[in-house]
Write a protein that binds this ligand. Structure first.
Ligand code: ZN
Length: 443
């Protein structure tokens, strides 16, 4: 077991972590991503400046379970020009203006012909919505409701210079080998265009985490997956179905740059180690946090928790998707996320990783009555400390529950004490010969 002062959480952290994550999020924010296409590749190229990212291309038409990898979508330009030839909506100014996966069009339309192709948010009249149509071919534009309502009745030139053709679905993977083959999966979707919290924050946080993890030895192996939502996760699962049994813990990460939450949505199983570790860390670090039971809607935990896989993968967010007014609108921009909140999210995630790395089960070598702690100087070792009472309770709990059947997380939960204190206490007791990791039962 790792010494707590040497804890992974402390090693991965740095004063600049929030700024580093924010800078990467800002670098990839302008890119027009979708579930396929050059925007995803360009995003992965930015991330590959920090980590040794393996980029995979899966050809259009490839069957993946009940789905098929779609045709690749790319876009050069898109605009609506009024009768005077002025571009009133231009993809160059904001990539949310185009319905994602729009088929190409070049036409002159009356206002009444154009209107059914325009998407707005009547309740948020100053924001541009984010809309896509991946699996039924159509075209469209998104604009503010205020602009929509003020459109003069005239003819408009509509241009979407996009292409839907055979290509590939692109995803990125980074693997950090630990002592064990058992894996910890960390994944974020890579398919949203300029949305800072709901996409860029997760990609940037996990990239910076992977970069820092690379310098350290770990017990688990860590797999980072950056794939388009739904179809990307299903494609990855289809190509890696033989190895998913190695995933012992997993987190889907999204919306980690705003000041809300935190919110953790449990895996389908609900009582796995990642569910318990996340609940424990949030209870102690963020009392305002919410823990939700699994439900089959959201991000790619839906795919990892599909009944055929039923993997121990939960969803970590700050504000929950769909609940904040900026969600899927032009207000989810770089002002909505901050280095401070990204750093906070990072710290919660690395504490969970640290917990899972350090969690193990001991056996008390002196289980017949309480061992005499004073004789060993163990009370003295902590005397005068203002946290002495909690440390004493930790010692008594660890000795009592270390019967070979309770992990340190079990003990921390039962005792209502923070895991790092319990783990630190266990090390102290181990150093004094009172705990062993040899779980053979005493006679
Ligand atoms: Zn989204």
């Amino acid at each position: 077991m790792r010494a707590p002062l040497d804890s992974l959480a402390a090693k991965l952290d740095s004063a600049a972590i929030g700024e580093d994550i924010y800078a990467l999020a800002a670098a990839i924010y302008p890119i027009c991503r979708s579930i396929t296409g050059d925007g995803v590749r360009e995003t992965l190229r930015h991330m590959a400046k920090h980590i040794d990212l393996a980029v995979h291309e899966v050809p259009s038409g490839t069957p993946v379970f009940d789905w098929t990898v779609p045709t690749e979508w790319n876009i050069k330009e898109a605009y609506i020009a009024n009768a005077a030839g002025e571009r009133i909506v231009d993809f160059r100014n904001c990539n949310l203006h185009v319905l994602g996966y729009s088929a190409p069009i070049r036409a002159r339309l009356s206002l009444s012909e154009l209107k059914p192709h325009i998407f707005t948010l009547p309740d948020q009249p100053d924001l541009i919505p984010y809309r896509t149509s991946y699996y039924s071919e159509r075209w469209g534009f998104c604009m503010t409701h205020r602009q929509f309502e003020a459109l003069p009745d005239q003819d408009y030139d509509v241009v979407i210079d996009s292409g839907l053709s055979d290509g590939a679905l692109t995803y990125g993977e980074y693997f950090h080998r630990g002592e064990a083959d058992a894996e910890f999966l960390l994944t974020a979707h890579s398919c949203h265009p300029s949305l800072a919290n709901d996409n860029c924050s997760g990609l940037a946080l996990l990239t910076q985490l992977a970069a820092r993890l690379a310098e350290h030895k770990t017990r688990y192996s860590y797999r980072f997956l950056f794939a388009p939502g739904t179809i990307g996760a299903i494609t990855w699962l289809a190509r890696n179905a033989d190895g998913v049994h190695r995933i012992k813990h997993g987190l889907v990460i999204s919306c980690v740059g705003d000041g809300g939450g935190p919110v953790y949505k449990k895996s389908r199983r609900g009582d796995t180690q990642i569910d318990r570790a996340m609940a424990h860390v949030l209870r102690h670090e963020a009392p305002q946090s919410a823990i939700l039971d699994f439900f089959p809607y959201g991000y790619d935990e839906r795919q990892f928790c599909a009944p055929g896989f039923d993997l121990p993968v939960g969803l970590f967010q700050r504000s929950q998707f769909g609940t904040f007014p900026e969600y899927h609108t032009s207000a989810d921009n770089l002002d909505f996320i901050s280095p401070e909140q990204l750093a906070l999210s990072f710290r919660m995630i690395v504490r969970v990783i640290d917990l899972i790395e350090s969690n193990c089960t001991f056996r008390n070598t002196s289980p017949y009555g309480e061992p005499q702690l004073g004789r060993r100087g163990l009370y003295a070792a902590i005397g005068g400390d203002k946290d002495a009472a909690a440390k004493n309770m930790a010692m008594l709990w660890v000795l009592n529950l270390s019967d070979g059947a309770h992990s340190l997380l079990d003990i921390a939960e039962r005792a209502g004490l923070p895991f790092p204190l319990v783990a630190q206490t266990a090390l102290l007791l181990q150093d004094n010969g009172l705990l062993t990791t040899d779980l053979g039962h005493p006679e």
